[in-house]
Write a new protein. Structure first.
Length: 377
């Protein structure tokens, strides 16, 4: 199908800070430039992570389309694909799958991949129907967790042979080489030295359920005489409303919101617990993998994407994904973990061993290289 380096064109909404976007940057940077070259097409905006792409054969193209229905976009993409001549177009999640798949087929791109990262589980039946229909025009559907593959095949009836899994990986070297002054970094975040700190790294999307953190701070103001604080590192359209809600509840002194930070890896060691309270739409959480690599004990919701990473009581703690059961479990488990340093250490140690055995970044990049080479053969 191709001679010379395989040209992979990645289509996505943005390169703003986020797990999916960070994964694309890692793939583009990690692929051997002698074998692959990459183009990243951002439908809406390039975002801060575009500057992290350092592979000399890669380029980022920002189409700057508004976030609205755009019937003309497949035709514009088709024209662009004819100019770029990619061997593979790899789209990720609903909007890129919609426009990118149609544009690639109009341009007769040799191979098209629909990427599913969990969003299909949260859209309504129309969105599911559109996603299932688009898969008919793709050569492969690639997802990031075994549970998501099961959902696509068993619930949405995707052809089993069409759906493959490549689980995310994390750069262990990024964490193993860290030398962080924990007290100084906490002061930088505005966290008192004597406080317990619950940390989250996530954008402000509704499914992340950040309000659960406010509920937890209300229910658990202190443990063993030490105040409980929380920090959410990330940005998004919901950040301003969340900040206002924290102020309304009188929690702004204990709820720290630094926004996007480029030093996220250095922030993990400041956490006493890493928390991910998502109600859905997690494939394989990069933030959980990073917390495992950083040696931070984890409390997360028992959604499918988290259950294949966390075995409750062995390498972390899982709580129900929603409702009063979730709130009650958090109010019970967080004080228990904060009050038991031995348990926290055991959970973190087990998680650290497992992330090093199963979730190395180079393993992920090798898997993508083999996947793309197979499509282009």
């Amino acid at each position: 199908m191709t001679r010379g380096p395989i040209h992979v064109c990645h289509v996505q909404t943005t390169l703003r800070a986020g797990g999916l976007e960070n994964g694309v940057v890692n793939i583009v940077n990690g692929l051997d430039p002698a074998r692959f070259r990459s183009t990243v097409l951002c439908l809406h905006d390039a975002g801060a992570l575009a500057a992290r792409i350092v592979n000399p054969t890669a380029q980022v193209i920002n189409l700057a389309y508004p976030d609205r229905l755009a019937p003309e976009l497949p035709f514009r993409l088709a024209k662009l694909f004819r100019e770029l001549k990619p061997d593979i177009v790899h789209c990720r999640n609903y909007t890129p799958n919609l426009y990118g798949t149609l544009g690639a087929r109009l341009a007769r791109v040799p191979a098209v991949v629909n990427g599913e990262h969990g969003l299909v589980q949260t859209v309504g039946w129309r969105g599911k129907l559109v996603s299932r229909t688009l898969a008919l025009f793709a050569d492969r559907v690639l997802c990031v967790s075994p549970g998501l593959r099961d959902y696509l095949v068993q619930t949405l009836h995707y052809p089993p042979a069409q759906v493959q899994v490549i689980v995310n990986g994390v750069s262990l070297e990024r964490f193993d080489s860290l030398r962080v002054d924990r007290a100084a970094k906490r002061r930088e975040l505005g966290v008192p030295e004597d406080a317990w700190l619950l940390g989250t790294v996530a954008r402000f999307f509704p499914f992340k359920d950040h309000p659960a953190m406010l509920d937890l701070l209300e229910r658990v103001p202190e443990v063993a005489g030490r105040p409980v604080h929380a920090v959410i590192i990330g940005d998004g359209e919901g950040a301003a409303a969340f900040r206002a809600e924290a102020e309304r509840r009188g929690l702004s002194a204990r709820m720290h919101l630094p926004g996007f930070r480029s030093d996220v890896a250095e922030c993990y060691p400041t956490f006493d617990l890493f928390c991910l309270f998502s109600t859905g739409n997690e494939g394989t959480s990069n933030a959980i993998l990073e917390a495992m690599a950083a040696g931070v004990p984890i409390v997360a919701t028992a959604i499918e994407g988290n259950r294949h990473l966390i075995r409750s009581g062995e390498n972390g703690v899982l709580v129900p994904p929603a409702g009063e059961a979730k709130r009650a479990a958090l109010a019970r488990e967080v004080p228990r973990l904060l009050g038991d340093p031995g348990l926290r250490a055991r959970l973190a140690e087990t998680a650290g061993r497992e992330v090093r055995a199963k979730f190395r970044l180079q393993r992920m990049i090798d898997d993508y290289a083999a996947f793309y080479a197979g499509l282009a053969s």
